[in-house]
Design a protein around this ligand. Structure first.
Ligand SMILES: [Zn+2]
Length: 141
C-alpha cells in the first residue's frame, strides 16, 4: 500500500518566511510598521491599513483556544483517531487554524480559552506544521 497522501502546504515567496521559521522552530508573524497591527496569514501588505511597510517578527508562541471541532472521520493524513481542528488566538492577536496535540481529543480536555503553546511537527524537508499543545501539559502530566 502506498504511504498516505500528505496534504502539505507549498511555500510561496509571500509565505517563505513563515515556513522557514516553522522549520527553525519559530512562529513568525508580520507587523505593520505604519499602524502596529500584527497579522496572519502572510501577505505583503497590512490587512488593516494597506501599508506595504511591514516586517516579519518572531511571535511568542503563546495562544489560547478560541474555537474547535473534533473530527471523527478518519482522514489519511491525520490517521484513524479523532482529532481536533482548532482556531487559536495568538497572544499577538491574529487567529490561526491548527490542531491541538498532546492532550485527549475530547470536549473535557479541550476547554475554550485554555492557554496553549506552539509546537512544530516535521512533515518534510521543507515543511514543519505549527500545532498547539496545552501550556500546562508538563505540569499537569
Ligand atoms: Zn497597518
Amino acid at each position: 500500500m502506498p504511504a498516505p497522501k500528505q496534504f502539505l502546504p507549498q511555500p510561496t515567496p509571500e509565505t517563505a518566511h513563515f515556513w522557514e521559521g516553522a522549520k527553525a522552530g519559530e512562529l513568525r508573524l508580520q507587523r505593520c510598521s505604519a499602524c502596529n497591527h500584527a497579522y496572519f496569514p502572510p501577505r505583503p501588505f497590512c490587512p488593516d491599513c494597506g501599508s506595504r511597510d511591514v516586517a516579519v517578527f518572531k511571535a511568542s508562541g503563546d495562544a489560547k483556544l478560541y474555537s474547535y471541532v473534533i473530527n471523527h472521520r478518519p482522514r489519511p493524513d491525520f490517521g484513524e483517531e479523532p482529532h481536533s481542528i482548532a482556531v487559536v488566538e495568538l497572544a499577538e492577536g491574529p487567529r490561526m487554524m491548527t490542531n491541538i496535540v498532546g492532550c485527549p481529543q475530547t470536549p473535557e480536555a479541550l476547554q475554550l480559552d485554555m492557554p496553549l503553546k506552539v509546537t512544530f511537527e516535521d512533515k518534510s524537508d521543507d515543511i514543519a506544521l505549527p500545532k498547539f499543545t496545552p501550556a500546562d501539559s508538563q505540569a499537569g502530566a
